[in-house]
Design a protein. Structure first.
Length: 361
């Protein structure tokens, strides 16, 4: 489709489900705390040992939001413009996260070994990071698929899901979506069993395909919620749903993980999204939900540089429990503040500039 035929109505973002936006922020905070905690404690000692499931919640929410936002207009705007919309929304922070990740890798005051890598290899690692190409080569970072900014592994699969949506899923009858979702559920359960009873995979070279299993089910489930209008009217509100979401992350780590983790992803998260889309937002909580939603993606994509520095600090200095609590609480607050600055000073201005340039083409 020629950009000259684009209208403001086609490009205009639809009204948000603000409570779902708010829940995205809660999930982002949970994953930050989880990443701090996993650097110190084994899962059975970690009070938020299932915080990594926030990614599956993101995937399910993404499927719902993409279907809601684009099902009725992707035919008018065309695949090319759809991809432009997604790149403008997602990629500025992919680049920013790569830049600060590179700086943290080179100048970490608490450890790391950048000298073990040639300048050419570091340049290649950085290039793969900004182009969101998995490249698991940094040994001391457990061969993370994205050694400069670990959370980018989920963005890689988000991009893949967006491509599949534009090429296939947006045109697929909803009954076939259900069939694909059922197959994906089996694949997800298999991935959990193959990994020893956990869904904590997708982030490194060994578990790369677990990421495919995780997004396949959740993204399709989110789409199905929208396509079948599986929205449950309720009075739980944002605070009630935030508590229910947090319960999934603080679920006790046990021998039943092989069952509880898939159950949370297969049933509980889709239920929360159905409830979130159907509950009412009180006026007093509205600003909190808007802020929480706005800050969620910048926080997710900028926090991990600090996590790796924290890991090296913990290894070198072995702080006691009181110090750890202070570091994690203060670190989380500061990371939220940093994410807000990144959003206001970088992400929003860059996206506005790219959107204006797109219209003028």
């Amino acid at each position: 489709m020629n950009t000259a035929t684009l209208t403001p109505e086609i490009l205009k973002t639809k009204q948000h489900f603000q409570i779902l936006d708010g829940l995205r922020g809660v999930a982002a905070l949970a994953i930050v705390v989880f990443h701090f905690m996993e650097m110190v404690y084994l899962p059975d000692k970690n009070f938020i040992a299932h915080g990594f499931l926030a990614v599956d919640f993101f995937f399910c929410l993404s499927g719902f939001v993409i279907a809601y936002a684009y099902d009725d207009r992707i035919g008018k705007m065309g695949i090319r413009e759809f991809f432009k919309s997604r790149l403008i929304r997602l990629h500025p922070l992919v680049v920013f996260g790569s830049v600060i990740g590179l700086l943290a890798f080179l100048f970490d005051p608490f450890g790391g070994d950048p000298g073990a890598y040639s300048a050419g290899k570091i340049a290649l690692i950085f290039l793969c990071s900004i182009l969101i190409i998995p490249f698991p080569v940094i040994t001391e970072r457990s061969f993370n698929n994205f050694g400069l900014n670990a959370p980018a592994w989920s963005l890689f699969w988000e991009y893949i899901a967006n491509i599949v949506y534009a090429l296939v899923l947006c045109r697929l009858n909803r009954r076939y979506l259900v069939v694909l979702c059922a197959i994906s559920a089996c694949t997800l359960f298999y991935a959990s069993q193959h990994a020893g009873g956990s869904l904590l995979g997708g982030w490194d070279g060994k578990s790369f395909w677990d990421g495919c299993a995780r997004i396949s089910y959740s993204f399709l489930a989110g789409m199905i919620i929208y396509r079948y209008n599986l929205i449950i009217k309720n009075k739980l509100g944002f605070l009630g749903l935030a508590v229910l979401l947090l319960l999934a992350f603080i679920l006790p780590y046990s021998k039943w993980n092989w069952l509880t983790e898939p159950a949370v992803v297969l049933f509980y998260f889709p239920l929360l999204i159905s409830l979130g889309a159907g509950t009412k937002l009180s006026e007093g909580i509205k600003k909190l939900c808007v802020f929480s939603g706005n800050i969620s993606y910048p926080l997710y994509m900028t926090h991990y540089m600090v996590i790796w520095m924290f890991m090296n600090y913990n290894i070198a200095h072995k702080p006691d429990t009181t110090q750890l609590v202070l570091i994690i609480v203060a670190g989380t607050i500061l990371l939220v503040g940093f994410a807000y600055l990144v959003m206001v000073l970088y992400d929003i201005p860059v996206r506005k500039y790219l959107a204006r340039k797109r219209i003028k083409q």
